[in-house]
Write a new protein. Structure first.
Length: 276
């Protein structure tokens, strides 16, 4: 399929549904790309084109999910402003690599990244329990329900630099591929930052929004002729709906069902890429 041509009506409907699922999952878990990317690849869209189109289309969902976590973001704006430059630089680096490395290199690397992402998805429940228990223990030691202090007041200089490096490296991954970057980011932030897991999830949503916005803007400016705009519009509509409702009611979905669906689609994407 030529990346700039249209799609069949049934394909458009399925991609919109995939966008809804991805937007909702991104708000709660952070692996929505593992829904939309395999769907596009399955319909014959080249992997690089799928990645670029997916990044642009998921922006409305990222905005909706970040807005949905506005309560958890209170008191975090100093922290966010401190991390945004690392996210921007990392995203630009990842987008540059995607646009300039040979497409064969992407098709070689992506199956490995997909396996990593799927492992993170499967291991997410145990990791979430660990991070939640860690957060509770911290709160109990501090004698308060939430750690409201800013990063600058709670972290040593060395730890803060380490967090910046982690945010930067995760943003490179997000700018290059993006699948499960939210899971990777919240896992690392949960290990390094003394805060409640839901507040960290809100922080994660904003940083992922920054990464996707920067990379998507880069793709539009530099590689607009390689985008599948039908896919972009379908995913944008779906992710906006999914991101809004995912942030509100997404925690009620069956985590086991979501993870099973994601893993199946991820395996399909790996198979499709390896057989291209």
């Amino acid at each position: 399929m030529d990346p700039v041509l249209g799609m069949e009506l049934w394909q458009i409907a399925l991609i919109v549904l995939a966008g809804i699922a991805a937007g909702g999952i991104n708000a709660v878990v952070g692996s929505g790309t593992l829904i939309t990317f395999p769907a596009l690849v399955a319909f014959g869209v080249p992997p690089v084109v799928s990645t670029m189109s997916n990044a642009v289309g998921l922006i409305p969902g990222n905005i909706a999910s970040s807005f949905g976590y506005r309560e958890e973001l209170r008191g975090q704006w100093r922290r966010i402003l401190g991390f945004v430059p690392a996210s921007v630089l990392g995203s630009l680096t990842g987008a540059y690599l995607l646009l300039h490395l040979p497409e064969d290199a992407f098709e070689t690397i992506v199956p490995v990244l997909l396996v990593l992402a799927l492992v993170m998805v499967v291991g997410q429940p145990g990791l979430s329990r660990y991070l939640k228990n860690r957060s509770v223990r911290r709160a109990q030691r501090a004698g308060e329900e939430h750690v409201e202090a800013s990063v600058g007041d709670t972290l040593s200089t060395g730890r803060y630099i380490l967090v910046l490096v982690v945010v930067f490296l995760t943003a490179i991954y997000g700018g290059y591929f993006a699948a499960a970057q939210g899971i990777i980011l919240i896992a690392l932030l949960g290990l390094l930052l003394p805060d409640d897991l839901q507040r960290l999830n809100g922080l994660k949503n904003v940083l992922v929004l920054v990464v996707n916005t920067v990379s998507a803007s880069t793709y539009i400016i530099v590689g607009h002729d390689r985008l599948n705009w039908i896919a972009v519009i379908c995913i944008a509509i779906g992710s906006l709906i999914g991101g809004y409702f995912g942030a509100r009611v997404g925690r009620k979905f069956s985590p086991v069902l979501l993870r099973t669906f994601i893993v199946i689609l991820g395996l399909v994407a790996i198979w499709r890429i390896l057989t291209l």
